[in-house]
Design a protein around this ligand. Structure first.
Ligand SMILES: C[S@@+](CC[C@H](N)C(=O)[O-])C[C@H]1O[C@@H](n2cnc3c(N)ncnc32)[C@H](O)[C@@H]1O
Ligand code: SF4
Length: 410
């Protein structure tokens, strides 16, 4: 089952925000994340807030049902409109993620997007993305999304190799994600991402190269590649503990990252965040950039997190509890916290150091600055940006990003 939520202060029943959160909002971009908490089966490595039909049985009644979900979520979009009041900002990005958004009917996804357009308006150049599982879409489905206003799509490919997909419990057949990219292009999606995972037990360097080659052959304009995280409480963690599959070590992860950067770089993909590569600035995921740069976003759906003007809150996790709160006219918020200046400073370092543009040295304290000086000497930070007052990771620094961040926040 998914991991637990943090504690926090209670969220008022009407979801209202302190006045400080809305001050200066017009100058910040606003995004929406819409969470779809359903999957056909649970992948053994995944601890996202998502539920299979079996996991939901008997725990949420009709309220938790997938059939009603779009309408429930639209209730939260309307609540957002009330909470944000006469906020005039059109929405800059919408990102539908999961779970498996494409387990819902394409019309449901379009309906949810329409609610945002009706309540807030969409910016003319709004980026509208959905995640999609390769086995749950076809060209007709994709055409409905495109006609309904989606212009970016992200497919969970993970690997091109059958034996790797099997360890990950992925149900799609090799070749299907690449076919999805072609179908998405045919129906007019300008921006297409493929998600990959590297370092799965049993994966070799050659397997990884084959996955990257398959990605390049498919022709997306964006690639996300994540080192496999073995999350506590997952089936994969249990299998590793029982010795059924070996654990991948950090050196292997580092080697795979270097291979990814080399292969993708040679094909015209530049990294812009440690785990993300794009063929141009226009191909970057603007929605993620909103997160990384501390903008405002409203996360709708069970377990979704939001951030508006220094207030962070999160919804109840279970789809039944979520729908129950909205049906009773209450905010589904489970807890919230007001970020202090120090919280925001630390958060900026954590997120911006992972970006190609780096983080201003002016945000660092004495110990953090000393650590940055050492990181520069060790070749983990780039020299020219450093001289201009910015900590920006080198390739070697990207391999050790978590450790560098830990030192710089001191
Ligand atoms: C939560 S999934 C949602 C998309 C869709 N359900 C799918 O799996 O294709 C988003 C991405 O997170 C990545 N991911 C999920 N769990 C992970 C883990 N334990 N380690 C590394 N990456 C993970 C996968 O690449 C996945 O495509
Ligand atoms: S399909 Fe995606 S969200 Fe669902 S269990 Fe698998 S990785 Fe997690």
């Amino acid at each position: 089952m998914p991991s637990a939520l943090p504690d926090g202060d209670p969220v008022p029943d009407d979801g209202s925000l302190p006045a400080s959160a809305l001050a200066g909002a017009v100058d910040r971009p606003l995004g929406f994340y819409l969470h779809v908490p359903y999957c056909a089966t649970r992948c053994g490595y995944c601890d996202f807030n998502t539920y299979t039909a079996t996991e939901l049985r008997g725990t949420g009644g009709v309220l938790a049902s997938r059939d009603n979900y779009a309408y429930t979520l639209i209730d939260e979009v309307r609540l957002a409109r009330k909470v944000l009041g006469d906020d005039p900002r059109p929405v800059r990005t919408v990102f539908v993620g999961g779970g498996t958004p494409t387990l819902l009917a394409a019309d449901d996804l379009v309906r949810m997007l329409r609610a945002i357009r009706d309540e807030f308006g969409l910016a003319d150049d709004a980026e509208v993305t959905t995640e999609a599982n390769p086995e749950s879409v076809d060209e007709r489905y994709l055409a409905t999304l495109r006609a309904g206003g989606f212009n970016r799509i992200s497919f969970g490919m993970q690997s091109a190799k059958q034996h790797v997909l099997k360890v990950l419990d992925r149900t799609h057949t090799p070749g299907r994600p690449e076919a999805c990219v072609a179908e998405a292009r045919t129906v007019g999606f300008e921006h297409v991402n493929l998600d990959l995972i590297y370092g799965t037990p049993g994966e070799t360097d050659d397997d990884w190269r084959a996955s990257l080659d398959a990605v390049l052959g498919a022709g997306p304009d964006h690639v996300s590649a994540y080192a496999l995280i073995v999350e506590e409480g997952t089936q994969l963690a249990r299998r590793i503990r029982r010795g059924e599959v070996p654990m991948t070590d950090d050196d292997v992860h580092a080697d795979r990252y270097l291979i990814a950067d080399e292969v993708l770089g040679a094909a015209g993909f530049d990294w812009y965040e440690v785990s993300n590569w794009a063929t141009s600035e226009a191909a970057r995921c603007l929605h993620n950039e909103l997160y990384w740069r501390g903008a405002d976003w409203w996360g709708a759906g069970p377990g979704a997190h939001s951030h508006v003007g220094g207030v962070r809150w999160w919804n109840v996790k279970h789809p039944g509890a979520y729908a129950g709160a909205l049906a009773a006219g209450r905010s589904p918020g489970a807890g919230r916290e007001l970020l202090t200046d120090e919280d925001r400073r630390v958060e900026r370092i954590l997120l911006e150091l992972r970006l190609r543009e780096g983080v201003p040295l002016a945000l660092l304290r004495e110990e953090g600055l000393a650590a940055a000086g050492r990181a520069l000497g060790e070749g983990l930070l780039e020299g020219a940006p450093y001289a201009a007052g910015v900590a920006a990771l080198t390739l070697r620094g990207r391999l050790l990003a978590d450790a560098v961040v830990r030192d710089l926040v001191d």
